[in-house]
Design a protein. Structure first.
Length: 429
């Protein structure tokens, strides 16, 4: 099992590991900004220890202790909201992302490589023409899709996908294109970002693409997570295990934290992630990501420029083989602690901060889909702490791959199945 503290792993060993990986020391990003890495969130006080945790199952790593109160097994809460769940459309093959369009329709990606429009009345359109080739298999395929903030005038969309590379290799890429006025094809298609390195076999591709309030694109990355690939999460010459930030034309912004580091990929925003499958900006303009962890180590992280989130040197949980994570501990001072972690895991995918008026009791909540536990998770936050958790849609027993808020204030979900569904969660009438 994982050891509890930094006493089992010297800072010299950490520096040696990162140097061997070809990267900068773990604290370089923060140092470049004149900051010191913090070891826990700085929000208001956590809820009292006497609250009743919603999670009651045995932990995969019961000997581990959270770094601060409320970091795991948050209080169970209930919003007492009445809602109806309706099926908008069905027959979608492993849908990965849903993006509401102006006017009430939806863009939906299917992992095998198809992008479709689903009408508000549930009509599933033919695949949109013009996508570049997609390498579909394992966790790879056509992944996230997002509208340009100026979609009403430029009709631009962005998407991420696993791209076939030279030989048998593949890796996560991002592209953009203009949706035709008849909405049947894409024009002016350009690949604007290619992660490095490419690798044969099955990677953890991530991946979400989120337009930021600063006009930049934030893309989340995974890594393969076997022993040879884990090192890349700490390597500065690699995009794997990172959150990257690019301009909409694919260039790296000059104010990225490692833009002047000749040994680093210029697109890197944060490092030390495992497999980020959810990302969302909150109403304050802060980026949050949720990543698949080890067996007992799914994480919610608040993303800050240049920070190192520790993987694979700092991690909760254990290997899925039930062995300890070799060389890792749970709390090292130069790495960011997760705001929250799940043990057992929920296999999170998709995230949305709710800002609509249809559900006043949910305003400010973070919704996260769960693949493993087949439910929708509502997290209540105060500042940068999780103070309560609610489980929704458990009775449906469906793998929730993505969740988005529609213009009508309803939540729209896609379920990961060979005949996946687009669901609408709306106030009960």
């Amino acid at each position: 099992m994982l050891k509890r503290d930094a006493g089992f792993l010297s800072l010299i060993a950490i520096s040696s590991f990162v140097a061997a990986c070809g990267g900068a020391p773990a604290s370089d990003g923060a140092a470049a900004e004149g900051q010191v890495a913090t070891n826990e969130p700085t929000g208001p006080a956590a809820p009292p220890a006497s609250c009743t945790p919603l999670e009651t199952r045995e932990a995969n790593a019961p000997e581990q202790s959270p770094a601060f109160t409320g970091q795991t097994r948050a209080c169970g809460i209930s919003s007492n909201v009445s809602f109806d769940v309706s099926v908008v459309a069905t027959g979608l093959e492993n849908p990965w992302s849903v993006e509401p369009l102006p006017g009430g329709d939806f863009l939906v990606t299917e992992r095998p490589g198809r992008l479709r429009i689903v009408s508000g009345s549930g009509v599933v359109g033919e695949p949109i023409r013009g996508l570049p080739p997609v390498s579909a298999g394992g966790q790879g395929g056509l992944l996230d899709v997002a509208l340009s903030p100026n979609f009403a005038t430029d009709r631009m969309i962005f998407w991420t996908y696993s791209e076939p590379r030279e030989g048998d290799a593949n890796a996560t890429s991002a592209a953009r294109g203009v949706l035709s006025t008849d909405r049947r094809s894409l024009t002016d298609v350009r690949v604007i970002y290619r992660s490095l390195p490419a690798y044969p076999g099955r990677l953890h591709f991530g991946s979400r693409i989120v337009p930021g309030p600063d006009g930049k694109l934030y893309i989340t990355m995974g890594e393969r997570s076997d022993a040879p690939m884990r090192q890349y999460a700490q390597r500065m010459d690699s995009h794997l295990g990172k959150v990257v930030r690019i301009n909409t034309d694919g260039t790296a912004p000059g104010d990225n934290p490692f833009a002047d580091d000749r040994n680093a990929q210029k697109e890197i925003w944060t490092i030390g992630h495992r497999n980020v499958q959810a990302a969302a900006f909150d109403p304050e303009g802060r980026l949050w990501v949720v990543e698949h962890g080890t067996n007992g180590g799914d994480e919610l992280n608040l993303i800050e420029k240049g920070r190192n989130y520790g993987w694979p040197l700092q991690a909760y949980g254990e290997e899925y083989s039930r062995r300890e994570i070799e060389g890792a501990v749970t709390n090292l001072p130069q790495f960011q602690q997760p705001v929250y972690y799940w043990d057992p895991v929920i296999a999170p995918s998709g995230a949305q901060f709710y800002t609509g008026s249809a559900f006043p009791a949910w305003q400010g909540s973070l919704f996260v889909g769960s693949l493993r536990d087949m439910m929708l998770v509502r997290l209540q936050l105060q500042g940068d702490r999780v103070v309560g958790v609610e489980h929704l849609l458990e009775d449906r027993r469906q793998r929730i791959r993505d969740v988005r808020q529609g213009p009508d204030g309803a939540l729209y979900l896609v379920t990961d199945a060979a005949a996946g569904e687009l669901l609408r969660v709306a106030p009960r009438r």
